[in-house]
Design a protein around this ligand. Structure first.
Ligand SMILES: C[S@@+](CC[C@H](N)C(=O)[O-])C[C@H]1O[C@@H](n2cnc3c(N)ncnc32)[C@H](O)[C@@H]1O
Length: 211
């Protein structure tokens, strides 16, 4: 990504190069951490091709799902229609650095909201994500703890924070949130050449107190 390419141009081109960029399966940490929660309304930030949003909709949530890429959103909407949940997911295009979905939500989740350029203010976006959590609601942030082992230069400009660094960057008021989970975990991924490789991710799960 060079200095003149916008985030939308980068991601539209990246999605446009492939029929699908991701597996089509929901993120395992989302499934694990949301299973058992009472469904309500949910916001998925950086939804990509929509697998997490569609899984949530299939499990009773009303979902707003946002991404910067029109190509990804069109694909996600097609997948939602195929899955029979188009009426339960509102896909919205936002450059989250500039605009943010309205409302408050019982669940705000974001999985791997990373971008190779320097222009995505991830910490500010995650603070807006925390602001969008309703009383009693959950904020779930999954991120990469480092570059993929097959491409150490994949995130040349981005700092990939630990879960505790993400928590600190949210600048949450004392006594208003409970930390349910904060830490790193390993995940098996398939490299482009087909090799199975281990990657380290982090996960933060916090709940806003009712008062
Ligand atoms: C690594 S992908 C993750 C996609 C999806 N959450 C998943 O787990 O498969 C990062 C996503 O963030 C989106 N994104 C990057 N910068 C963004 C921004 N400024 N505003 C909204 N979405 C953005 C990209 O288009 C991409 O879909």
């Amino acid at each position: 990504m060079d200095d003149t390419t916008t985030g939308q141009e980068y991601w539209d081109a990246r999605y446009g190069e492939h029929d699908h960029l991701w597996s089509g399966e929901p993120n395992a940490v989302l499934v694990r951490e949301v299973t058992g929660l009472e469904p309500g309304n949910a916001l998925d930030l950086g939804c990509g091709e929509g697998a997490d949003a569609i899984w949530l909709a299939r499990h009773g949530w009303r979902v707003t799902a946002a991404d910067i890429s029109r190509v990804a959103l069109d694909r996600a909407a097609h997948h939602a229609a195929t899955a029979g949940v188009a009426d339960r997911v509102d896909f919205q295009r936002h450059d989250l650095a500039a605009s943010f979905p309205e409302g408050t939500y019982d669940l705000v989740c974001t999985a791997f909201l990373h971008s190779p350029g320097e222009d995505m203010p991830r910490a500010a976006i995650l603070r807006a994500a925390a602001d969008a959590v309703a009383p009693g609601g959950i904020l779930l942030i999954a991120g990469h703890a480092g570059p993929p082992p097959w491409d150490p230069d994949a995130h040349p400009h981005a700092h990939l924070p630990t879960a505790d660094e993400v928590l600190a960057s949210l600048r949450l008021p004392d006594g208003a949130w409970d930390v349910l989970l904060s830490g790193e975990h390993e995940r098996l991924q398939t490299a482009p050449d087909g090799r199975a490789m281990t990657r380290t991710d982090n996960l933060l799960k916090i709940r806003r107190r009712r008062t």
